[in-house]
Ligand binder design. Structure first.
Ligand code: NAD
Length: 424
């Protein structure tokens, strides 16, 4: 997955986060003294990891693990492998994870990790040695009741399996709950691969019902047909929505009469190939400004920016990617009263399924796929309803993002308050 910053190159992934925290501060909703607990991570660790390469040389890979806030529980967050990974980016993603776990109402804090590497340049053996070395370096700070990693950009269940195995070799104990996103045979959960997308579909259903839209009359454009976008297209199509456009890094396929999503999904699964179905080819830029009911950025960050915000014609934006809307564009869409359902709610199905995996690992009771789907659906409906209550509270008009931040920040600070002398 590509993680380059978006078209403006000026706003960072977490400008939206900072803007929201500042808004809290200015509104006097929370004292700056309390918010300062959220402006910096609790623990930052970084290690330059030496790895023996196949040709006998030793290469050093900068790596990070940020445990942002653990007031609500053990910290949780993925590990990404990418050449552009850096401490600031990992900080921001760990901050978002702290909020996301609170919005999803799961008993975890937030963390994130990363290794500065292009995994495509490594052999299978080098990738395994690097992944195991990461665990060797960080194992004292990991654990099912401490900090629980998961897959992220360019990391997958195979890497999680190596990491679990390495942790257990070091500690001498079976500890499946140390990491999530594992293969099912190693304690992974049924349904994990599409949980983020199912969560997004559940949230959109709730929203559509709320505002009196009809699924059959709701047109949808999805940017990104990778893991999240492709499963989401399938879920929405099966629920009756009219998916008219999808895209990958090379461009989009558009059919105003609706795409044949089932055929697209079956043919392109894993291959990201969307161009052989007679649909019109459009650019990603054109997809983002289509006149549809729902626009779903599900590819990478910083896609709705000051460059295209005035051209957005959708009635609703559902953020499935992390950070697809810059702060300025977010404000602009709010002024135009275009609801943006924020990433920390819309894509929280993934971390919720991770929590379910951890619960199964720690209780040793494993659930069927049907049970996982039912629990996920109920859990995310609850998360949506909690935010709706905050959003529609009579004393204040809030955007969905403001409602999400309100809930998350207050929940984290209340937890901090119970643990210390900070008033909660
Ligand atoms: P993926 O790598 O499987 O798919 C990414 C898709 O985006 C592909 O279709 C790719 O071709 C497309 N793409 C890449 N660069 C692009 C560009 N510059 N312009 C347009 N399209 C581009 O990734 P994924 O797992 O589907 O994740 C997508 C987004 O969802 C990311 O922001 C990720 O952080 C977020 N997310 C994923 C999960 C999860 O469970 N996978 C959970 C939460 C959030």
């Amino acid at each position: 997955m590509d993680t380059d910053l978006g078209p403006t190159g000026t706003e960072t992934l977490c400008d939206v986060c900072t803007t929201e925290l500042d808004r809290f501060s200015k509104a006097g909703a929370l004292a700056d003294r309390e918010l300062s607990l959220l402006r910096q991570p609790k623990r930052r660790i970084n290690v330059n990891i030496p790895v023996r390469m196949d040709d006998g040389s030793i290469e050093v890979f900068p790596s990070f693990r940020i445990q942002y806030n653990s007031a609500r529980g053990p910290t949780k967050g993925g590990i990404r492998y990418h050449p552009s990974v850096n401490a600031d980016e990992v900080d921001e993603l760990a901050f978002l994870m702290s909020l996301k776990c609170a919005v999803a109402n799961i008993p975890f804090g937030g963390a994130k990790g990363g290794i500065q590497v292009d995994p495509g340049e490594l052999s299978e053996g080098e990738l395994e040695r690097l992944s195991r070395a990461y665990v060797k370096e960080y194992h004292e700070n990991l654990g099912p009741n401490t900090d629980i990693p998961a897959p992220d950009v360019n990391t997958d269940s195979r890497i999680m399996a190596w990491m679990r195995d390495e942790y257990e070799s070091i500690t001498g104990r079976q500890t499946p709950g140390v990491i999530t996103g594992k293969p099912v045979e190693l304690g992974g959960s049924e349904g994990r691969e599409y949980a983020t997308s199912l969560g997004g579909a559940v949230i959109l259903d709730r929203f559509v019902d709320d505002v009196g839209m009809t699924r059959e009359k709701t047109t949808v454009a999805i940017q990104g047909f990778g893991n999240v976008g492709s499963h989401l297209a399938r879920f929405l199509h099966d629920r009756g929505y009219d998916v008219v456009a999808v895209s990958n890094v090379d461009g989009g396929a558009y059919d105003s009469n609706g795409l044949d999503v089932t055929a697209l999904f079956e043919t392109s699964e894993g291959g990201d190939d969307i161009f052989e179905f007679g649909a019109e080819e459009i650019s990603n830029a054109a997809l983002l400004t289509l006149d549809v009911d729902v626009l779903i950025p599900a590819a990478i960050e910083n896609q709705i920016t000051e460059n295209n915000m005035t051209d957005i014609r959708a009635d609703v934006v559902l953020e499935m990617a992390n950070g697809p809307t810059t702060a300025r564009a977010d404000t602009h869409l709010a002024e135009r009263e275009i609801p943006v359902i924020p990433d920390i709610l819309a894509n929280a199905g993934g971390v919720t399924a991770s929590y379910f995996e951890w619960v199964q690992n720690t209780t040793n009771e494993y659930w069927t796929e049907k049970t996982v789907r039912e629990k996920l659906t109920a859990h995310l409906r609850g998360a949506y309803d909690d935010l709706r209550e905050i959003k529609t509270a009579p004393e204040m008009t809030r955007t969905w993002r403001e409602a999400a931040y309100t809930r998350a920040v207050e929940s984290v600070l209340r937890a901090e308050g119970y643990r210390s002398n900070v008033e909660g």
